[in-house]
Design a protein around this ligand. Sequence first.
Ligand code: PXG
Length: 288
Amino acid sequence: MKIYLNGDLVDKEMAMVSVFDHGLLYGDGVFEGIRLYDGCVFKLDEHLERLEYSAKAILLELPMSRQQFADAVCETCRENKLSNGYVRLVVTRGVGHLGLTPDGCGPPSVIIIADEIQLYPEELYEKGLKIISVPTRRINASALPPAVKSLNYLNNILAKIEAKKVGFQEALMLNDKGEIAECTGDNVFVLSKGVLYTPPLDAGSLRGITRGAVMDIAVELGIPCREQALTRYDLWTAEECFLTGTAAEVIPCVEVDHRKVGSGEPGQTTRDFIAKFRKNVREDGMKL
Ligand code: PXG
């Protein structure tokens, strides 16, 4: 496997960064997770735009243009003869000294890994996922905007550990006000009385690319979709619920905090979204 590292494609075994890289020392950097379907990179431009916003928010000057990033992503996929998979694009603050200040750091390290992806088993798309809300709250926007896809994922990792410790695969994260923010690596949607709802970005959710794709599908399917603050009660009493993310795609959620969602089986609307999403990803990606 070849890894893109600072302009070169190097063997996996040789793809190494310094122990003084601030991405490692402090989680100081940004990243994107991108999917490749049948030789097409899904929503590449949207991912690169989000990368630019994340970098801008942490005052990290990206060393490459959007076109250069796009070319590098495609080149890495082609070099690895990948037509379906997952691309991890990472930009760190670069090599510096011990100490928090980014002064003297750089240039930023650019890493692109294109690999196969470990998906949730298909069975979960048929039967649905059970999730549980956890004590760890989504980080407050005044501490670190949750919209920044930074390398610092401890907040989400702690939530994931809490869910796993009590036997669940995914955690529902709330914000400081007790509203639904998102899951650890996925956005949340519910269907109630024919209307689709998802938490607004200021509730602590990432502007998920899959979230955006699902909102577009809602328009196509003629289902009204609203961004609205949601509580756990809204999930407990919803007719349907599903999660969205680059890795998980659209996955039904059939139980929240031990309460069955609707009948406890994936609903028809959720199935419609899954089918449409799976169709779209193979039709509107950027050809390698
Ligand atoms: N919320 C958070 C906090 C995320 O990190 C999403 C929502 C979904 O966004 P997209 O753009 O993918 O639709 C993400 C993105 C994993 C993993 O291993 C997932 C993400 C990031 C890192 C790892 O599942 N998801």
